[in-house]
Design a protein around this ligand. Sequence first.
Ligand code: NIG
Ligand code: FE
Length: 414
Amino acid sequence: MNNLVIRNATIVTPLGKHAKCGDEMSKLFTMANGAIAITEGKIAYCGSDATLPEKYLSVQYETIDAEGRVVLPGFVDSHTHLIFGGYRPDEFEWRLKGDSYMSIMERGGGIQSTVNATHEESSEALRDKAQWFIDRMVDMGVTTVEAKSGYGLDTQSEIKMLDVIDSLANDPEQKLRVVATFLGAHAVPKEYKGRTGEYVDLMIREMLPAVKGKAEFCDIFTEKNVFEIEDSRRFLKAARDAGFKLKLHADEIVTLGGAELAAELGAVSADHLLHVSDEGIKRMAESGTVATLLPLTAFALKEPFAPARKFIDAGAAVALATDLNPGSCFSGSIPLTIALACIYMNMTIEETITALTLNGAAALDLAAETGSLETGKSGDIVILEFNNYRMLPYYVGMNCVKTVVSKGRIVAQN
Ligand code: NIG
Ligand code: FE
């Protein structure tokens, strides 16, 4: 039925159907004694509890009393590597002892090691494991998640990953919205070592047509000694011509010009950006490409955080996401993402909320559908334990979420 009414709530939300840029990120609409009614999964009323139309008080509507609680839009985790075989705790320990992410990758570990493990897992096992992570995400308020392929690196294995994502997305019992991204350009597979161009040819000739319809976005790891700028441009142009929306892992390890390339190609988002140049920031602000920042990755790799303030001050749209993956960032913690954004990236609490809701939705081209609490949008809602949204970073690394509603259905109660 998915008819639900939330009453006596303190409503806190950005407003609009597009990413918020620059100063606009800090503007949240707030209303005490608010009510939200959801009819068949969509928000039908969002306003004062005093003027809630009577029809929403009928038995067809389940009621939640949110007295003393803040109600926010559901969080959007717009960058994850949710499907993967195995784990890499050994590499984590090597890094603690001073090894580097790229040197492990160059020695045949890193992404390639998860590729090997993913080849060995059955689709059912990959799916069950991903669902376990989804259940944890939902408890932290995530109602939309992006999931990338990229641990297959051959046509059949990439299809296997995307089919797992599809089965998660289309499960009628699924607790959140799942968006699929093809990341065949995650690494040059070992069979193509030293022949990056030939692997790019294969992806363009064989993989893009094979995965069309299974993924909405196409992403690439644009990085020194992985896919450098020319290979990235060639691949992304082909992907764009084939009808994919574009994302890039850009300027994560070194300054390479990934941000500039994202802006040039009209990518929906460029992600990571720890080492973005000032020119890249400027171009992204001009093009409207969402800067998706992933503080958990910087934290786990002991790298400097991405320059969130510079992006916002330049008028860009910033989103925050977790980057959950078994290598660089084995964490999907929304509470820690919030804390790091506020404490170390100098984002305000209001900007952080916009970055995890409306701007996250915009990074998935979903800002017209979710990411804010307003009539017509999906009933994707987080109810906090507390009556003040400022508790979110203050309760450092801890979950403030009480209840999660996804398309009008209660999917978590903490
Ligand atoms: O976003 N840098 C590339 N991809 C991932 C890490 C993937 C992995 O290490 O398995 C990232 O950091
Ligand atoms: Fe990533």
